[in-house]
Design a protein around this ligand. Structure first.
Ligand code: ZN
Length: 136
């Protein structure tokens, strides 16, 4: 499994996730969400930001089922899904992850034919704080 590569702008996302919290960077000047995290607001040009907690509920906006060729650590788990989840609280924010039956379950443990666009999901965190998604 790959570990997240953090940068100064995105590090708080992973720090909150390690504590089991899903948070999204929002502008402290105009309250617009910024995703992916970045230093400057594209709406008002403020460099100030906050990290707003979100409910962790969303819906599958899109998905793919990955097949080899893949990175070696992932090839053995193929085929597995990669979902794009639209957050219920902030519908313009879409997070990429995996839909699993339980936190930390193998990536290929949910049959792809059980995935539907629009399906309601909620975030869970596997060991180390990687956000994943389960059907709600
Ligand atoms: Zn702003």
């Amino acid at each position: 499994m790959l570990s997240p590569v953090t940068d100064p702008d995105g590090a708080p996302f992973w720090e909150y996730a390690a504590r089991g919290e899903l948070r999204v960077q929002v502008c402290a000047g105009c309250a617009e969400p910024r995703f992916p995290p970045r230093p400057c607001c594209p709406h008002c040009r403020s460099f100030d930001s906050d990290w707003r907690p979100v409910s962790g509920r969303g819906r599958v906006w899109s998905y793919v089922v990955a097949h080899p060729p893949l990175l070696p650590d992932y090839a053995a788990q193929a085929p597995y899904n990669v979902v794009v989840v639209e957050l219920e609280d902030l519908p313009r924010i879409r997070l990429v992850g995996n839909l699993v039956p339980a936190p930390g379950a193998p990536l290929n443990s949910l049959p792809p034919d059980g995935i539907r666009i629009g399906a309601r999901v909620r975030v869970v965190f596997c060991d180390g704080g990687l956000p994943q998604w389960v059907l709600a």
